[in-house]
Every structure is written in C-alpha cells, then in structure tokens.
Design a protein around this ligand. Structure first.
Ligand code: SF4
Length: 69
C-alpha cells in the first residue's frame, strides 16, 4: 500500500515514528523520513499513525491519489 506524507503540514511531532517505527523515522529533529510503499505487516500500524497525526499529514492508500489533486 502506498502512503504520502505532506511534509509541508508535518510538524515533526513524531507520533507516527512512535507508532510505526519501521515506516517512519526522524533522523534529525525536523525532517521526517518514511517508506512510501508500506509492507502488509505494517498496515495496521500505519493506519494508527495516520489517525494519531495531530495535523493529518499522512495520506494512506486511496487518499494518496485523491489527496494529490
Ligand atoms: S505524526 Fe504527523 S506531524 Fe508528526 S512526524 Fe508524523 S507526519 Fe509529521
């Protein structure tokens, strides 16, 4: 499954890193890194991360195409 993080929205709160550390990481204090192609075993965690993001910066699955327009 594909995800996109809107990095202009992301405030590096790191909720997603905490919930899905295999997908999201914050190597510095500001720039979030993530894997756009999420492995199946991480889907549940990524959904939790998307729900937990305080600024709704994480777009998951079908939201990726609709959100990009
Ligand atoms: S939870 Fe949201 S704001 Fe926080 S680092 Fe992740 S994407 Fe960025």
């Amino acid at each position: 499954m594909q995800i996109v993080v809107d990095l202009t929205r992301c405030q590096a709160y790191a909720q997603c890193v905490f919930l899905a550390p295999q997908v999201f990481s914050l190597p510095g204090e500001e720039a979030l890194l993530y894997r756009p192609a999420v492995p199946d075993d991480q889907l549940e965690r990524v959904h939790q991360a998307a729900a937990a993001c305080p600024v709704q910066a994480i777009l998951v699955g079908e939201e990726v195409s609709s959100g990009a327009r």
